[in-house]
Every structure is written in structure tokens, then in C-alpha cells.
Design a binder for this molecule. Sequence first.
Ligand SMILES: NC(=O)C1=CN([C@@H]2O[C@H](COP(=O)(O)OP(=O)(O)OC[C@H]3O[C@@H](n4cnc5c(N)ncnc54)[C@H](OP(=O)(O)O)[C@@H]3O)[C@@H](O)[C@H]2O)C=CC1
Ligand SMILES: O=C(O)C1=N[C@H](C(=O)O)C[C@H](O)C1
Length: 254
Amino acid sequence: MKAAIIGYGKMGREIERILHERGHEAALVIDTENAAELDAEHLRGIDVALEFTTPATAYRNIRTCIECGVAVVSGTTGWTDRLPELQALCRERGGALFYASNYCLGVNLMFRLNRCLAEMMNRVGGYDVRIGEVHHTQKKDAPSGTAITLAEGIVENLDAKRGWVNYAPGIAHAANRVERSEETPADCVEIRSVREGEVPGVHTVTYESADDVLEIRHTIRNRRTLAAGAVTAAEFLCGKRGVFGMDDLLQQSK
Ligand SMILES: NC(=O)C1=CN([C@@H]2O[C@H](COP(=O)(O)OP(=O)(O)OC[C@H]3O[C@@H](n4cnc5c(N)ncnc54)[C@H](OP(=O)(O)O)[C@@H]3O)[C@@H](O)[C@H]2O)C=CC1
Ligand SMILES: O=C(O)C1=N[C@H](C(=O)O)C[C@H](O)C1
């Protein structure tokens, strides 16, 4: 597989290592200094691009890949209100796009558990739910894309919840922010965001009643699991047309 890496930061470098280990070629590397080289000429001959950049740049990067007819795997978070536009463009152009808010297999199992638990909670009274996420201090977006996917899984399955808000004290650029935890409306899932040291990512879904606490938690030990999942998605996407996510990948590997 001849791959392009778009964004040569923490994820881009880890992805490069996994590509080499699996015998693929990182034929093009795009970062801020050569961002202008993301064009048809430089993408010629590339089988798949792996895009991990910033909330401000992901849309344009992915769009360029689709317009140049190159399959693209993206994991960039903090911009996905515009993802449906690109999914529509990809379908219209007969391209290939894979997006996941989290490429770690364990997190995707947690997504399934989370949806299932939310559905079961409709038959049990007395619990309220909240989500916690902890990440490193360089993270540009809040809440994390993973926390948003968890919140959407709850909203889709738990009748009492209609949306989510973010309690993110001290974090700039938080979406759907409430200033204090007590301001969270009863029909919203509160996501509490914390930025701390070098933490790769911890996500917790907590159901609390007056008498007990039920929690599901996932802790990422290192970015290797995220990069390996992204490369597996790229291998899956190669030669396909359409719009895909982790459920498609997990379906196939059953
Ligand atoms: N879905 C998933 O599983 C995961 C998603 N992520 C998400 O992926 C994104 C990247 O994460 P991470 O690697 O940790 O972040 P980093 O900040 O370490 O890396 C991002 C890189 O992209 C570069 N960049 C900025 N603009 C452009 C551009 N226009 N074209 C090409 N490169 C550009 C940055 O350069 P410079 O530093 O010069 O600005 C930087 O090198 C984030 O949104 C993060 O939330 C992260 C891990 C897993
Ligand atoms: O920025 C990160 O580091 C991560 N971002 C993703 C997110 O926002 O959910 C995935 C993972 O948690 C690491």
C-alpha cells in the first residue's frame, strides 16, 4: 500500500512506524511547512491518505483528497459538524472515506457497551448519567471526539436525554459549554473535560443513583493502538468506494 500521511505530529509519526512494520510505504508526508503540496500532482499514485491534523484544517485536507480521487482515513476531532458534507461529496464523486473518532479497538467495544447500557437504563429508574474524559494538555478540542460519540450513543438510546453539554473548567474552545456543573439541564448528558500532563486518553461513563455507582471506563496506554487501528482502516479502505466507519470494520472481522 502506498500511503500519504497528512499531519506529521504525534499520530502521524506513530502511523509511519506502523506502516513500515506492516510493509507499506509512506510515500508522501504533509505537515504545516509543505501543506501547499497537498494537491493532485503530489497525490498521484497514492492508494490512501491518513489524515490526523487539526480541527481548523481537517475539512480542507479531506476535501482535497476526495477531489483528487484518493481514499482517505481521518481521525481528526473537533470539526465533525461538517463531516456529513464530505460524506455526501464522497458518495457523489464515487470516492472512499473512513472516519472514526477513535481507532482503538477497545474504545469501539466500549461504544457498543455504552449503547447497550443506555438502552437497558430505560427500564431502571433512579440513575443519572455523565461522561468524563481526560487528555493531555496539547489537545486543541473539547470535548474529545470520543466523548461526543459516547454522548450520542446515550442520546440515541436513553429516552431521558436529548443532547449533551460540556463542563470544561479552564479549557479554551470548548463546544456546548456550561460554566458550572450544576447548570447542566436534566435532559442533557454532561461531559466533564480535564486536560492533564501527557495523558493519551481516558473515557468514563458513570451512572449514579442515591445508592450505587455503575461505571464503564477505557484507558489508552499509548498511541500505538490508535495508529494501528487507523492503518487497519486504511488497509480495509484500499480499493473500496463509499463511506465507512469502525462498525463496518468490526463487522468484517467477526
Ligand atoms: N480518531 C482517533 O483515534 C484519534 C484522533 N486524534 C485526533 O487527531 C488529531 C491530531 O492529533 P495529534 O497527532 O495528537 O496532534 P499533533 O498536534 O501532535 O499533530 C497534528 C499535526 O498536524 C499538523 N498540521 C496542522 N495543519 C496542517 C495542515 N494543514 N496540513 C498538514 N498538517 C497540518 C501539525 O503541524 P503544526 O504542529 O506545525 O501545527 C501537527 O504536526 C487531533 O484532532 C486529535 O484529537 C488523535 C489521536 C487518535
Ligand atoms: O487528541 C487526542 O490525543 C485524542 N483524540 C481523540 C478524541 O478526541 O477522542 C481520540 C483519543 O482519545 C486521543
